[in-house]
Ligand binder design. Structure first.
Ligand SMILES: Cc1ncc(COP(=O)(O)O)c(C=O)c1O
Length: 563
């Protein structure tokens, strides 16, 4: 008998419940446990430090081993939430003021949970009819904002990188229809495309991955507004044509990564028409201004593009991953990505396409629901308010910089990105870079707030920006105070603005050591940086709230009833 039971054991255990399959009570308990954590996290974001103070930051020295058997789920969840929340780096904090990653909307968090539970397979229409419809609807909503009323098409991507790669693949196949089957070699000459020196490096990556070679990307210098210089663009195209190269595309950027500059899309479009080139607009960040009637003119001409990159996980307050490739050429999108697949049922003609045929991806999660749900609950106008408010905050911040005794604007403020440069004439680029690094390190040291560094048109800048819907004037004031404190703790003197150095007075002999970054052998400062020729106390013009017309709350934070 025992022998029989032993032999049947594998069959018995096959019919037993898998241990992934929790009962309803456990599922609810764990779900509520998580919701508690998420709720406390959201409630803390307006004041939460971005990260622990420098001395408490933990960089794990080693990774633990693969668990052979499991542990109590509530305890593991508790532990990992604690670690991630207490020791984490918090992009969603209102004090995250350095790059274009947002605080996710709560509706987006709910959507992501739902998508993970339902796990729709977006590759094929017959396994995701409703999910595909929602995705197509979201693509159409944004495509119509671009200005394409006639059946805009497109696909959700993992982000701007994939969208740019896919757009270049489309541009190639539109220009050289044989390339899909016969490869780049069939072109018989070097294909080349153009973008500004300030355009995103995903274009270099894409050129390599598409087999064009990174040198196929011709980087064109920028003008003093950091826009692609159209005269030099045209000269480069002519030169390439004369030397037998095959130009096929120009990428205009709407909102450069470092400074938010927007290329002159209309003039670039003229050149595209003249030379029969595909116009791609990389609006990963800046195309979001389309949601604001007041500011959408900043990207005028975008409707002339053949394709557009648009990242909801930047200015539209979506969690990763949410990128969009939009196009007014559905047939090129399909030609570029479709393959026949005998084991999958084809979408019936006249319905929506199978997503696998319009995307670089195959199996695909539903990245659209979070934006669709946020738009259904809050509407376009919530984004309009967000964008208008952040533009006002940035303009006010820019005025502060212009009046600052330590800083000046290193680039025109176009979108809510501000590039700051220390007022220090006659300082070498290396020392300026080291000084900026020291100021950023000081500002970021206690962990409360976070800003970043960038190089704009070859020059070092301190990069700040407003991206979270929770960021208000008080967060900007806190950053301003921290920037000033960093300068004075580094021993910088306020400047009258002309940058002329004055000799230190004997009473000023106190010299604070600069942090390690500023003292590195390559960048060692020679003596103390003194940049003022007047003995003025530090003064900072206070900008009244009335000047900002500030009203906190775009609706994402305040709840739908306020909209
Ligand atoms: C202008 C621009 N394009 C493309 C990208 C790449 O986007 P992602 O990081 O979503 O892949 C970025 C990222 O910052 C960007 O700023």
């Amino acid at each position: 008998m025992k022998d029989l039971i032993d032999r049947c054991q594998p069959l018995l255990s096959l019919s037993a419940k898998m241990n992934f399959d929790f009962d309803s009570q456990t599922r609810r308990k764990l779900g509520y446990q998580l919701i508690e954590v998420v709720d406390r996290f959201f409630a803390s974001l307006a004041d939460r430090p971005v990260q622990p103070a420098a001395e408490d930051r933990i960089y794990p020295p080693r990774l633990s081993r693969l668990p052979e058997s499991g542990e109590d789920p509530a305890q593991v969840l508790d532990q990992v939430c604690g670690e991630l929340v207490d020791n984490g780096f918090h992009v969603p904090s209102a004090h995250y003021l350095g790059m274009m990653n947002p605080t996710p909307t709560y509706m987006a968090f709910l959507a992501e949970s739902l998508v993970a539970a339902l796990n729709p397979q977006l590759a094929s229409l017959d396994r995701s009819q409703t999910a595909s419809r929602i995705e197509a609807e979201t693509v159409r909503w944004v495509g119509e904002l671009v200005g394409w009323q006639n059946a805009p098409s497109g696909t959700f991507t993992t982000g701007g990188n994939e969208a740019n790669l896919s757009a270049l693949a489309m541009a190639l196949s539109a220009h050289f229809p044989d390339v899909i089957e016969n490869g780049v070699a069939s072109i018989g000459a070097q294909p080349v495309f153009y973008a500004s020196m300030e355009a995103h490096h995903s274009l270099d990556k894409s050129a390599g991955m598409l087999g064009l070679g990174r040198k196929a990307l011709r980087r064109i210098p920028v003008n003093d507004r950091l826009q692609l210089n159209v005269q030099q663009l045209e000269a480069a195209i002519r030169e390439d044509l004369e030397s037998g190269k095959r130009p096929f595309c120009i990428v205009a950027t709407a909102g450069t990564t470092s400074s938010g500059a927007i290329d002159d899309i209309l003039r670039i479009h003229e050149i595209c028409r003249r030379y029969n080139l595909w116009l791609h607009v990389d609006g990963a960040y800046g195309a979001a201004v389309l949601f604001s009637n007041r500011h959408r003119d900043l990207v005028r001409g975008i409707e002339q593009a053949d394709s557009v990159t648009f990242d909801p996980h930047k200015w539209l307050a979506m969690p990763f991953a949410a990128g969009l490739l939009l196009t007014r050429h559905p047939e090129v999108l399909e030609r570029t990505f479709s393959v026949t697949c005998p084991y999958l049922q084809k979408a019936p003609a006249g319905t929506l396409p199978d997503n696998r045929n319009i995307s670089a991806q195959w199996s695909r999660r539903m990245n659209s629901l979070k934006l669709w749900l946020t738009l259904r609950v809050h509407g376009r106008r919530a984004y309009e308010r967000l964008i208008d408010r952040q533009m006002r905050l940035a303009q006010s911040f820019a005025r502060w910089v212009a009046n600052s005794e330590y800083f000046e604007l290193a680039a025109p403020q176009v979108l809510p990105i501000l590039n700051l440069r220390v007022r220090a004439k006659g300082i070498s680029p290396q020392k300026l870079d080291a000084l900026h690094a020291s100021i950023i390190e000081e500002v970021n040291r206690e962990g409360q707030r976070w800003i970043s560094a960038a190089t704009v048109n070859g020059q070092s800048v301190i990069r700040t920006m407003v991206i979270s819907y929770l960021t208000e004037e008080r967060h900007i004031k806190d950053l301003q105070a921290s920037l000033v404190a960093a300068c004075s703790s580094l021993g910088l003197e306020s400047s009258c603005g002309d940058g002329r150095p004055r000799p230190p007075k004997p009473s000023e002999a106190r010299q604070r050591p600069l942090p390690a970054t500023a003292l590195s052998p390559d960048h060692a400062p020679q003596g103390r940086l003194v940049m003022d020729n007047q003995h003025r106390p530090l003064q900072f013009r206070r900008i009244a709230s009335a000047e900002l017309g500030e009203q906190a709350g775009d609706g994402f934070a305040a709840g739908a009833d306020q909209l």
